[in-house]
Design a binder for this molecule. Structure first.
Ligand SMILES: Cc1ncc(COP(=O)(O)O)c(C=O)c1O
Length: 394
């Protein structure tokens, strides 16, 4: 028998990037050495002291039982201490923290937690596609906020109609941004809070790349801006900061009513993370942080090598100030997809076409700095050999 899927599942958007993986695999199967700059999977291992903390806790029988619903207090306390230390933000561990199975679960669940079918969400375009999954499940109306280069890839609230702003119940933001790599200022967050308060919109700030800022600039947490907790939450993840993407540890912080709703839905879906993972996560947050400094320095070295190499071939793009992505314009005569296809077929370099992140992503491709500098330089050289750009005059 073949059982039909529910309407909710049928509404889920097509996974654009699954198709990308298939394309890469086909070219690899043909025997080519593909440099894959198309994905966002951290390439470095989890620091040893965190792995050791997991090993040391895995045998503890206390952790073999069901973990407490909503997680162990020691992890919530560690999260609160981490936010105070890193951002000078006060967080009550028991009422202002929800532990998540990776921030993705929180980002997908939150629409269902707060909205009824037909209500309106504001989604950045281009934006991280997983937000759309939660919106599809919740059957809500989506209004896109264009992120344009001329506005430094920040939404321009003045361009959204009164009608849309009045209808909106939830807004997603993400800085440092995937895919544009833009960062946000305190002034922008102040503006956001003003709009959110006036229109009663809950703000979800996805801070997945919070640890990754370049040129000595630390990305701002939304919660550092006065009034943020009144209007929303921030989602944080250990995936990027500590190369723990496979461990699935994230958390939401901020507005008590939103945290309560997230915790409620989680009580029904899950119990909580394996205790030993919670213990090792607390060690990640409270233990030595040189691993984070080293990781950021590594990404910065890669960024510099890649930016120098693309400059050499005449491809002009803004150097990212944060995240591990570079957002590059495609040359005239191409769409983001036709350009990405050409790079894969002719240069054996995979990049992510901007259209996969939304209509406003058209005209750009995203490169992930998840290879060592020699491979990034090699990728730029292979692209240069296609003579698509005008080389700078020396
Ligand atoms: C912008 C953004 N948000 C959230 C996530 C999800 O991270 P995780 O579920 O591993 O915490 C990612 C992962 O790539 C991301 O790029």
């Amino acid at each position: 028998m073949d059982f039909p899927q529910s309407d909710a599942l049928n509404r889920l958007p097509k996974q654009f990037f699954a198709g990308l993986v298939q394309k890469v695999n086909r070219v690899i199967a043909e025997g080519h050495d593909v440099i894959n700059l198309g994905q966002g999977n951290p390439d470095q291992p989890t620091p040893d002291h965190i792995v050791e903390a997991l090993k040391g806790s895995a045998g503890n029988p206390e952790y073999h039982k069901y973990s407490p619903f909503q997680g162990f207090s020691f992890l919530k306390q560690a999260i609160s201490t981490f936010y105070k230390r890193e951002y000078d933000v006060d967080i009550d561990p028991e009422s202002e923290v929800a532990i998540l199975f990776g921030s993705k679960t929180g980002l997908v669940e939150i629409t269902q937690c707060l909205l009824n079918p037909g209500e309106t969400v504001l989604m950045p375009d281009p934006g991280y596609p997983d937000y759309l999954s939660g919106m599809a499940m919740a059957n809500v109306n989506i209004e896109f906020m264009p992120l344009l280069e001329k506005n430094a890839f920040l939404p321009d609230y003045g361009q959204l109609s009164d009608d849309i702003l009045n209808k909106a119940k939830l807004m997603f933001l993400n800085y440092p941004n995937n895919p544009t790599s833009a960062t946000a200022s305190n002034e922008f967050f102040e503006q956001t809070i003003e709009v959110a308060k006036a229109r009663k919109i809950c703000v979800v700030h996805d801070f997945a790349y919070g640890a990754i800022g370049f040129d000595g600039e630390k990305p701002r947490s939304f919660l550092q801006t006065k009034g943020a907790k009144e209007v929303g939450v921030e989602m944080y993840t250990l995936s990027k900061t500590y190369n723990m993407a496979g461990w699935r540890v994230g958390f939401a912080l901020g507005n008590k009513s939103v945290i309560k709703a997230l915790n409620l839905v989680q009580d029904h879906y899950y119990v909580s993370l394996f205790g030993a993972i919670q213990k090792a996560s607390a060690e990640a947050l409270l233990g030595p942080q040189d691993c984070v400094d080293e990781l950021v320095a590594r990404y910065e070295t890669r960024r510099n090598a890649f930016m120098d190499a693309i400059h050499e071939i005449g491809w002009k793009a803004e150097a990212p100030k944060g995240s591990f992505f570079v957002w590059l314009p495609v040359p005239e005569g191409f769409t983001s997809e036709s350009f990405a296809d050409l790079l894969l077929e002719k240069a054996h370099v995979m990049v992510a076409p901007g259209i996969g992140f939304g209509k406003m992503g058209e005209g750009y491709v995203r490169v992930g700095l998840l290879n060592e500098p020699d491979r990034l330089v090699e990728a730029a050289k292979r692209i240069g050999a296609l003579h698509l750009f005008k080389k700078p005059v020396k």
